[in-house]
Design a protein around this ligand. Structure first.
Ligand code: ZN
Length: 190
């Protein structure tokens, strides 16, 4: 799957919005990703998962690990394509951890998968949890890379599409100056 195909599909299905958004970081942006809009279609989720898995076909992984909630659907599909098990981490009182009786064998090779990577916070936390549980992170993949190379990740990120999203501080935003209505997608459960 080529980058342009992924982005066209996302735009078509309302997973890539153009407008004026306040991101969870507080910054304002003209684009916003809602991958759930594409992943709600199981066949498309499977295709995206297979496309990510394709990027990692030359390595061997024992399991795929993703952060809840955003990474679960796509991580599961990558694991399906690789024929490996899937484990997710989740936050409890703000702390990322592995619960529900999930465990890793010592030295297992882990592919970490996320839907959208921006600052890389969740990916770094998942990597820490994997290591605390005895695993070794040997790959990091996502549907969208919007880090603009600014995220500090333990390994290079392999994404289906790389998108440079412009962001501005709330008090110095051209869209605010133009009077474009601001939406806060995070407040509706993203
Ligand atoms: Zn603004």
């Amino acid at each position: 799957m080529k980058q342009a195909e992924v982005l066209d599909l996302m735009t078509e299905l309302g997973a890539l919005h153009q407008g004026h958004f306040q991101l969870s970081s507080g910054l304002h942006s003209d684009r916003y990703f809602q991958c759930a809009r594409i992943l709600q279609f199981p066949e498309l989720a499977r295709e995206l998962g297979a496309a990510i898995a394709e990027r990692f076909k030359n390595e061997t992984y024992d399991a795929v690990v993703s952060p809840a909630l955003g990474g679960i659907l796509i991580g599961h599909e990558v694991a399906r394509a690789l024929g490996r098990r899937f484990v997710f981490t989740e936050r409890k009182d703000g702390e990322m951890s592995m619960r529900r009786g999930f465990f890793l064998e010592k030295g297992e090779k882990i592919l970490v998968v996320e839907d959208v990577v921006t600052r890389g916070t969740s990916v770094r936390e998942v990597c820490r949890v994997v290591e605390e549980n005895g695993g070794v992170v040997t790959g990091v993949g996502s549907i969208i890379d919007r880090t603009a190379d600014s995220a500090e990740l333990p390994l290079p990120l392999h994404a289906l599409a790389r998108v440079e999203v412009q962001t501005w501080p709330g008090d110095d935003c051209p869209l605010c100056r133009d009077g474009v209505a601001l939406t806060k997608p995070g407040s509706r459960g993203n």
